[in-house]
Design a protein around this ligand. Structure first.
Ligand SMILES: [Zn+2]
Length: 102
């Protein structure tokens, strides 16, 4: 019966953590980068533990390899794929993410 409430809280926490992660990533200092990754890590843990999904628009911003919250121009580069069907986000760790759009 309380399961839904727990999930609501978990989802809220995940979104807040990712918001913090974005704010820290924008600061772009060594210390804030570490914190940002930590927030992303936590958010992913919570989402897995409570089986709540991370909203797609936020999921697209997370590097699966190093937990970076991707900010174009700060810690990732963006280019259009040659097929023009998706964007390629390249994280500073070298991992690439394909973002499909309509
Ligand atoms: Zn990365």
């Amino acid at each position: 019966m309380k399961n839904n409430l727990v999930k609501e809280i978990a989802k809220d926490r995940v979104e807040k953590l990712l918001k913090f992660a974005e704010e820290r990533a924008l600061e772009n200092t060594e210390a804030s980068k570490k914190l940002s990754k930590r927030y992303v890590q936590l958010a992913r843990k919570i989402s897995m533990h409570y089986k709540v999904s991370i909203p797609k628009e936020l999921k697209n911003r997370i590097c699966k390899k190093c937990n970076n919250f991707l900010i174009p121009g700060i810690n990732c580069s963006v280019r259009l794929a040659s097929s023009k069907r998706f964007l390629v986000y390249k994280c500073e760790c070298g991992a690439e993410k394909h973002i499909f759009y309509k």
